[in-house]
Write a protein that binds this ligand. Structure first.
Ligand SMILES: [Zn+2]
Length: 410
C-alpha cells in the first residue's frame, strides 16, 4: 500500500495557531516540480492547491506589514505560468522563488486576514502528481497579528518538528540592533565645533536604546557601546548572529563645501543609488574600515550568494517600509533633508535577510544641526519618534491604537 495514500491532516484551531507547520514525508531526494497553483475561494474557507511531482515538507505562516501568507518548503522546481496578479478571494497576488539552494517559498499577498488551518496531501487519481491542499480560514485582525508576531519570534526559520514547540521562557520580543557608526581610530566626520561624529552617534544611539528599553516592546543591542573600532562587515554579522528583526545604523552627515545644508536623511541599501549625493555618502561611509586602520577585505558576498532573489526582494520591501515609517515619524521633529528618503550601496546595510536602514541624524558641517545634537530636548524628541517608528514597524497592530502612542502627544 502506498503510504502517501494516507491523508495527513493536522487540524489547527485558528485562534491557537502560532506558526502552523505541516510535515509531509518525502519520498527521497528528487526535487519536486510544482506545475500548478490553484486558488479556490469559498465563504468560510479558501483552498490553495499545489500540484506537485513529489510530496514535500511544507510550513505555512503569516507575516504582517504588508499581510502575507508564506509557504516554505525544500528546493522546488517551479514550472508555472507567469505569476498571478489578479486577486482571488483573500489572495491579492502571489510570487515564488528560491530562498537559498535548499529552501523555496511561495508568498501570497493577502487582501484580508486569513490563517492556515489544515493541510492535506493526496496522490492524484490518475497517478503521478500529488495534490497538496492548504485550507485558509478567515481570521480577525488580532488573531492574525498574534500569529504573525509568533512567526517573527520564530525568526522565520523552517520548523524542525511537526508540532509548534512549547512556549519558550526566553525573551521573545523582537530584537533591534542599533549601530553607532565609526569609533576608535575611525573618527567619522569632524564638526565645526571640533566634535567627532563617532562620539555624537554613540551618545545618540545610547539615548535611543534607553528609550526603546523603557517602552518595553522590543529588545535592543548596540554593535558598539564604547569608543572602539568595529569593521563594517562585523556589524552586519553581529546583527545576523543575534537574530535581529531590524538593523538601524546611526551616522552624522557632512558637506564641507556648503555649511548651510542641514537635516536628517534616511537611507536604505541598494545596488543602485537613488542619486549622486546618496552615492557619495555611501562611498564616504564605506571608507570606515580604512579609516579604522584595517585592511578592507572584499565585500562579504557569502550572504548574498546563499540567499535567493526572493529573500532580497522581500527584505528590500520591508526596509523601504521601515525607512518610510522613520521619515514620517521624525518629520515633525527633525529638520529633514530636502530629499529625506534615499538609497545607496552602504556596506553596513548588506544583511540581505534583515530589514535595515541608516539614519544620518543631521550634518556635522551645520552649526544648527550640531546645536541640536547637544540639546537634551531635541535628543529626547528625536529618539522618541525613532523608537515609535521601530515599535510600529515591528508591532503593526500597535500603530492602530493611537492612545498608546506617545507620538500622539505634542
Ligand atoms: Zn558616518
Amino acid at each position: 500500500m502506498n503510504r502517501f495514500e494516507t491523508l495527513l491532516r493536522f487540524g489547527i484551531v485558528a485562534s491557537m495557531s502560532i506558526v502552523a507547520c505541516f510535515i509531509i514525508q518525502s519520498t527521497g531526494n528528487a526535487t519536486p516540480i510544482v506545475a500548478d497553483i490553484q486558488i479556490a475561494p469559498a465563504a468560510t474557507s479558501t483552498r490553495i492547491r499545489l500540484i506537485s511531482s513529489e510530496p514535500f515538507e511544507l510550513s505555512a505562516f503569516v507575516l504582517t506589514n504588508p499581510d502575507r501568507l508564506v509557504l516554505e518548503g525544500p528546493a522546488i522546481n517551479f514550472q508555472l505560468s507567469p505569476e498571478r496578479e489578479n486577486p482571488i478571494g483573500p489572495i491579492a497576488s502571489y510570487r515564488y522563488g528560491a530562498m537559498s539552494p535548499e529552501r523555496s517559498r511561495i508568498i501570497f499577498d493577502l487582501a484580508q486576514p486569513v490563517l492556515p488551518s489544515e493541510l492535506t496531501t493526496t496522490p492524484s487519481l490518475n497517478g503521478g502528481a500529488y495534490s497538496i491542499s492548504l485550507y485558509l480560514t478567515t481570521a480577525d485582525r488580532q488573531s492574525f497579528d498574534r500569529s504573525a508576531q509568533a512567526t517573527n519570534t520564530a525568526k522565520l526559520r523552517p520548523p524542525t518538528q511537526s508540532e509548534p514547540s512549547a512556549p519558550s521562557i526566553a525573551d521573545s520580543r523582537p530584537l533591534i540592533v542599533i549601530d553607532p557608526g565609526h569609533g576608535g581610530n575611525d573618527l567619522g566626520a569632524t564638526g565645526v565645533n571640533g566634535l567627532f561624529e563617532k562620539d555624537v552617534v554613540l551618545a545618540f544611539a545610547r539615548a535611543l536604546a534607553k528609550k526603546i528599553e523603557a517602552e518595553g516592546l522590543c529588545r535592543v543591542m548596540l554593535t558598539r557601546d564604547q569608543d572602539i573600532f568595529i569593521p563594517l562587515d562585523d556589524r552586519v554579522k553581529f546583527a545576523r548572529q543575534h537574530g535581529a528583526a531590524v538593523f538601524l545604523s546611526i551616522h552624522g552627515d557632512t558637506i564641507a563645501s556648503n555649511t548651510d545644508v542641514r537635516g536628517a536623511t534616511v537611507y536604505i541599501g541598494d545596488d543602485k543609488s537613488s542619486d549622486a549625493e546618496a552615492a557619495k555618502v555611501a562611498e564616504y561611509e564605506n571608507k570606515a574600515d580604512s579609516n579604522g586602520s584595517i585592511v578592507t577585505a572584499p565585500a562579504d558576498t557569502t550572504v548574498a550568494d546563499i540567499l535567493g532573489d526572493l529573500t532580497l526582494r522581500e527584505t528590500r520591501t520591508r526596509s523601504s517600509l521601515l525607512a518610510r515609517e522613520l521619515v514620517t515619524r521624525i518629520a515633525d521633529t527633525a529638520h529633514l533633508n530636502h530629499n529625506p528618503l534615499r538609497a545607496a550601496g552602504f556596506r553596513v546595510l548588506r544583511a540581505f535577510d534583515i530589514p535595515a536602514a541608516l539614519i544620518e541624524i543631521g550634518y556635522m558641517s551645520s552649526k544648527p544641526d550640531l546645536d541640536q545634537f547637544s540639546s537634551p530636548e531635541w535628543t529626547d524628541r528625536m529618539t522618541s519618534r525613532i523608537a515609535d517608528a521601530l515599535n510600529d514597524f515591528l508591532h503593526p497592530s500597535r500603530a492602530e491604537i493611537p492612545a498608546q502612542s506617545p507620538a500622539a502627544q505634542p
